[in-house]
Design a protein around this ligand. Structure first.
Ligand SMILES: *Cc1c(COP(=O)(O)O)cnc(C)c1O
Length: 387
């Protein structure tokens, strides 16, 4: 018989797909569905698949206040970040631009940081803005480092470990006033936090499906048309996505993403309200645990992420002691090694405290009772480690 699985509190790493998303995907897979190559122009099968892709594009655009013409499908947020950063750098280089400085922060997702790191070996200068202790970069901090040699500012809308939210509308305005483009990774925030990108100064935004109850392996880059952002394709072949991203568009994946975005447009506010109530419950429960510190912002945050640290315990024993809760100790990509999360040390936590941390994240299918269970499991583990 199956054993009881732990409470799933790792939505910031991946979410279960919504049943409506799964059905939409299945409708694009079998012989009687929209399975064909969406670029096949010569038959009805291809037209049906193309229609499914365009419906998905409309739905993605609608959630973020954009036009479908501004949505380029990719294999996920990682690829979208790569396309935004390398694509812009290469296109500007080809135009003979003299701007060689990029501004970001040290607590961005690795998909952004590693791309910046690579550019730093190719003659570009990277400026890292130190965020405040809540993980937020303000317009004033950005102004302090800006000048007209900056070609790109890239700052996430919500931090993937802390859940802290940057005001990307204000940040984009500052970047544009210095003639730089502004990119933001919204993998953790789209649908929960204001986007309205067409009426903003945001030049490019990274989107993904897997964090909002859609499938993995699909994402998109929003590119504002009005700004005429120059971009060089990073994957060549076939000329799909208006030449910006070669390769057959995976109809079922993008249809799943489209459905996930449509559901968020209709019920994102309701989800957020419920998830924020769970967050309050979590904070209340955990505050009673000795030595518990809440990281991030109590005011500007996404509804489903909570980073907590516990003073005076051995962090390397925390996860092994904590049965009953499936969560992450930092960012999923780096949890395998025992180095403290660079995001937590990046907001000033010392190594020991950063190691003794948990990222708890929940979503649409999390029940109130599961939060209660998690709180008691965490309290028990921390108590055991203190004994
Ligand atoms: C999850 C995540 C990514 C990576 O997304 P993929 O779609 O798996 O490539 C990138 N950025 C942020 C902020 C994330 O949370």
């Amino acid at each position: 018989m199956s054993v009881k699985r732990p409470v799933y509190l790792d939505y910031a790493a991946a979410t279960p797909s919504d049943q409506r998303v799964i059905e939409e995907m299945i409708s694009c897979m079998s012989i009687d569905g929209a399975f064909a190559n969406p670029h096949a122009k010569d038959h009805v099968y291809g037209w049906e698949a193309a229609e499914a892709v365009e419906t998905a594009r409309d739905r993605v655009a609608a959630l973020i206040g954009a036009s479908p013409l501004e949505i380029y499908f990719t294999s996920g947020a990682t690829e979208a970040n790569n396309l935004a950063i390398f694509g812009l750098a290469e296109a500007l280089e080809a135009q003979g631009s003299q701007k060689k400085r990029l501004v970001t922060s040290p607590i961005e997702h690795k998909a952004v940081l590693e791309a910046c790191e690579k550019l730093s070996h190719q003659g570009y200068e990277i400026t890292y803005i130190k965020p405040d202790h809540e993980g937020i970069v303000t317009a004033e901090m950005l102004k302090d480092v800006m000048d007209d040699d900056v070609f790109l500012v890239t700052l996430a809308q919500a931090n993937s470990v802390l859940g802290s939210v940057n005001d990307v509308h204000k940040l984009a305005k500052v970047a544009r006033s210095y003639g730089a483009f502004f990119h933001t990774d919204t993998a953790q925030s789209a649908g929960y936090v204001k986007t309205d990108f067409d009426s903003s100064d945001v030049s490019m935004a990274t989107l993904t499906s897997e964090k909002i109850c859609g499938p993995k392996g699909v994402g998109a880059l929003y590119v504002q048309r009005a700004q005429k952002v120059p971009l060089e394709a990073q994957i060549l072949g076939g000329g799909q996505e208006k030449g910006l991203r070669g390769g057959t568009v995976p109809t079922h994946q993008v249809a799943g993403m489209g459905k996930a975005f449509e559901i968020m447009r209709h019920q994102g506010d309701e989800d957020a309200k419920r998830m924020n109530a769970l967050r309050d419950k979590f904070i209340k429960g955990l505050s009673a645990v000795e030595g518990c510190v809440i990281n991030g912002s109590s005011e500007h945050h996404v509804p489903g992420i909570l980073s907590v640290s516990f003073k005076g315990i051995d962090g390397s024993k925390l996860m092994p002691t904590l049965s009953g809760v499936a969560c992450s100790t930092g960012s999923a990509c780096s949890s395998a090694d025992l180095k403290p999360s660079y995001i937590l040390t990046g907001i000033g936590l010392d190594d020991a405290l950063a190691r003794a941390s948990l990222r708890l994240s929940w979503g649409r299918f999390t029940k109130e009772q599961e939060i209660d269970e998690a709180v008691s499991a965490i309290a028990k583990a921390v108590k055991a480690l203190r004994a």
